[in-house]
Design a protein around this ligand. Sequence first.
Ligand SMILES: [Zn+2]
Length: 316
Amino acid sequence: MNFLRINIVIFLLTLSGFLMAQVNKNQVKTIIVDAGHGGSDSGAPGTVTNEATITLSVAQKLAKALRTEFPAIKILETRPTTAFPGYAANKDAANKWRADFANRNGGDLFISLHCNAAGRRPGGWYEKRVVGHTNQVRTVKKGKKRVKKTIRVPIYEDFWVENKAVGTETYIWAVGKNDQKISSVKNNDDYYSEETETSDELQLPDPNNPAEKARMLIYAQHYFRKSYLLANLVEQEFTNEGRTSRGVQQRNHKGIWVLQATGMPSILIEMGFVSNKEEEQYMKSETGQEAIVKNIVKAVKGYVEKTNIAVEQAPK
Ligand SMILES: [Zn+2]
């Protein structure tokens, strides 16, 4: 009979299934909101609060705002309380749990919230400088005798160094041939940032391991561009808000390990410097937190619109 027709029908059904899958793959159905740190890990210290406290508060507000803005999208939180995510035993286990939670729930976007820090101390610190010299008479031993000797000694003055590092930055996992350059981090010694946190348990992807290499290739092909798109939109919104944007940072180090462990577009937002008194106050305040949440929601909205349009316009 009509084998040909049946074949055509099967072909069309297969094709439409494939196209649906393509559309669904690009449709954002689940967003993972991740409050950085928690449990015994309070993150970077401020003068009156710390990173873990700020990230939790902003994450809770962000999850709520995303649910209102996108009623059809499932919004999940890795860390809804002050405890480690999944009540993990330590920081590394907590990060593994974060990635596992995002993957197991089929997340389409992973947004991790953090605060930056720089300098010797939050707020600022005293340093000494030489402002002149003076003569001092001291008694010194010369053989068996004690003699007086005039020496020149510096006069020191304490001066206050304000911790001025300021601004937002959004991290994405770096891919491609620039890895070497990218992993050489811009930091000076005083810079805190996520990458200074040492970790024994978490391993960076090993390019000599075929499975790991394949996984990174999937990231490069499917998630990198989207992560970059969202990161740019976030920094753009911060700029529009009048914040200082330090831009999108492409890195691969243990501090942002979670970004490559999540099989989805993922970004890590440094919402500002908790070590800067003014930015700490901003990130701690209701108005500051509401502005940050508004900025991120707007960026996600732009992302959802852009990725959906890209799918509809694809000539396939
Ligand atoms: Zn952090």
